[in-house]
Design a protein around this ligand. Structure first.
Ligand code: CP
Length: 362
């Protein structure tokens, strides 16, 4: 079965098939209005969402399908202690495809391990958000026209920002991509992203302290919110929350062709005086999210009929039951019955990484 848990579950060809289909949907909406007639999408949202859940709902409705699910896990049997694995087995009786958002990192992997229908990761903690990545790529395609040879600045919370992690992974498939990381010391990109993605795939990156010093070099400025809900210490959040604020004055340093993306929601990091600037693409980006999710749902339901289309959830060289994950938010530490699974690291260190969340063992 083909699932979408991480951007790397898609080959470059598959990724471009989805983007191309989204572009065709934009031009020929009526042609796709019955593609999912009789099919049901289950939206299982254990964490708040506006864009992702509602764009999945709108996408399935525009494809002629139906939607069921929950937007607050407290109103489901999760509140009685039901595991992610059992919930998935139950939903398999009712739906044809699942979109899951969860605060536990690796939850979508566990769901896919227990599913006979495609599972889409709609965000798992601070780990991964592959459908936001498809949204971002469609936006870059429509606004900039290419993925190769772009210079992209990621600004804000690069530690907990799952959209940043997923987009860098996807861009690592392209050549000539330059990544500039603009973050305070406390919110720098995690080591596994630098070692296993940037170094491994030759993505050129550098870390800087201010957006002003690189603004004129950028094709894309990808702003992010500092994610209050991921901090264990509120004082630490207060120290970093307003570190970077993009306003009309700073935007004067940018080229006319630069585009500003943001997965949204924003808090303070983009002043509203930027919104009317044609370079502000973040609300256009939201609409692209619906079109690309239409394309994804249609493709995954088509691929579900093709036995050659599979997602490798557990690598052949995985080690079972030997290590404990150091990440407190990993599903292997939060739910019973989740087997410890580690794979060799991809950085020649001789170490291991958790299959669910990519953290190191304790
Ligand atoms: N971009 C994004 O994931 O937004 P929501 O949290 O509103 O779904």
């Amino acid at each position: 079965m083909k699932h979408l848990i991480d951007p790397t579950d898609l080959s470059k060809n598959e990724l471009e098939e989805i983007i191309d289909l989204a572009l065709d949907i934009i031009d020929n909406r009526q042609k796709y209005s019955e593609v999912c007639k009789g099919k049901k999408l289950a939206t299982l949202f254990y964490e708040p969402s506006t864009r992702t859940r509602l764009s999945f709902t709108a996408a399935m409705m525009e494809l002629g399908g139906n939607v069921l699910g929950f937007s607050d896990a407290k109103n489901s049997s999760v509140s009685k202690g039901e595991t992610c694995a059992d919930t998935t087995k139950v939903i398999n009786c009712f739906a044809d495809i699942i979109a899951m958002r969860h605060f536990e990192e690796g939850a979508a992997t566990v769901s896919a391990m227990n599913s006979n229908i495609p599972v889409i990761n709609a965000g798992d903690g601070s780990h991964s958000h592959p459908t936001q990545t498809l949204t971002d790529l469609l936006t870059i395609k429509r606004e900039i026209g290419r993925f190769d040879n772009i210079t992209i600045g990621f600004c804000g919370d690069l530690k907990f920002g799952r959209t940043v992690h997923s987009l860098i992974k996807a861009l690592s498939m392209y050549s000539g991509v330059k990544v500039i990381l603009i973050a305070p010391e406390q919110l720098r990109l995690p080591d596994y992203m630098k070692e296993e993605v940037c170094d491994r795939y030759g993505v050129e990156y550098r870390e800087v302290d201010t957006m002003e010093e690189v603004m004129g070099d950028l094709d894309v400025l990808y702003m992010t919110r500092v994610q209050k809900e991921r901090f264990f210490d509120e004082d630490e959040y207060d120290r970093v929350k307003d570190f970077f604020i993009l306003d009309a004055e700073k935007l004067k340093l940018a080229r006319p062709e630069m585009r500003i993306l943001h997965p949204l929601p924003r808090v303070n990091e983009i002043s509203t005086d930027v919104d009317a600037d044609p370079r502000a693409a973040y609300f256009r980006q939201v609409e692209n999210g619906k079109f690309v999710r239409m394309a994804l749902i249609a493709k995954l339901l088509e691929w579900a009929k093709d036995p050659s289309k599979t997602t490798k959830l557990v690598p052949d060289d995985a080690v079972r039951g030997k290590f404990i994950c150091r990440n407190k938010r990993c599903i292997s530490n939060m739910e019973t019955g989740v087997e410890s699974l580690f794979r060799p690291a991809h950085d020649n260190s001789g170490g291991y990484r958790c299959v669910y969340c990519e953290s190191k063992p304790k």
